[in-house]
Design a protein around this ligand. Sequence first.
Ligand code: PLP
Length: 428
Amino acid sequence: MSRNQTLFERAQRVIPGGVNSPVRAFRAVGGTPRFIQRGQGAYIYDADAKRYIDYIGSWGPMILGHGHPAVLEAVTKAAQEGFSFGAPTEREIELAEEILKLVPSMEQVRLVSSGTEATMSALRLARGATGRSKFIKYEGCYHGHTDSLLVKAGSGLATFGHPTSSGVTPGAAQDTLVLEYNNLAQLEEAFQRHGKELAAVIIEPIAGNMNFVRTQLAYMKRLRELCTQHGALLILDEVMTGFRVGLHSAQGHYAQLIPGFKPDISTFGKVIGGGMPLAAFGASRDIMKHLAPLGGVYQAGTLSGNPVATACGLATLREIQKPGFFETLSARTRRLVDGLAAVAADNGVPFSVDAQGGMFGFFLFPQLPQNYATVMSTDKERFNRFFHAMLDAGVYLAPALYEAGFVSAAHTDADIDATLEAARSALR
Ligand SMILES: Cc1ncc(COP(=O)(O)O)c(C=O)c1O
């Protein structure tokens, strides 16, 4: 028996399903999850000492790869100075200043410890600031596991949502309206019916939880207009896309294409912590003044702005601002997705790909899906066979067809080429 199997059996005795976050259990693809012993650069090594080219990067944070020297140095120094004080530190100001410098839509930011906290708090802030309760979210977007966000569509636009998790009460779901991603007619109707009651719309600008699906330009433009017209706040959840799809995140990308575009509230996570538990939400001063201790919207955290996590995040953000960083990362990612498309074409496999910065998605489907239902209609059996063939060949892709992929600055052209070679054999 492999050591991965032994560990998985042992884990299942003491941890539900053997994992501390469900997707790690490989339920979608079957087989034994790999227990990771260490990472270095673009590689991770499992309990059997097998090496993998890592395209998950801890689900986004590891944009520099594993064990980047500048990050290690910053974290080691911070750890020596103290793990946590529960009192303000200068490094929190530095990180806030660094984030605000790169995201002009925000004037202030609050640091938290997870993406779930960031979106939960952003939503509470939007409700507190507008005095309204209801909000819109999208099928296929994931914003963490807050009760009111674990909701699926009711029947039609007249009814609000139903819980997708047991333990979430109908009460927690009753103010959530769930729409189809990129469905403009449905958006218009939703605002016509409920616009005056809406506190917010929360959306992943480039969805990374239904593989990789972009908000269409016309949709984003109209969404911004409708929110402004009806006094609803637009929350861009950039926990995944933030500092990952570009130095100015997805909102920077949309602002280049839609003059004047900006969200009202933004959430960040993953890259801003560089692999440590750190996330954030921010907005204009006028919105952030509602937050405690200034205003009546309560939000707090024992480990918020943790000194070791902020050191890790700061070192990471400084590296990604070096000249040419995103150009190189984007080119690597492009080499990967274009190469995969070429391999698929050579083998007559229906295939489509998209990428932005260091984030990508591929589909065993002839054109890029525009919503969750289409993503879920793609060839699951073939994906699972492909996933396992790649894993056996030492390429670690996300273990589900509805997850995005991530390239780091540590991936070399040789790593990409080795990946394409593995894909050629897998798709043959
Ligand atoms: C877009 C988005 N928002 C929020 C979250 C939740 O973040 P966390 O897992 O840190 O709670 C995730 C996690 O994958 C995410 O992708």
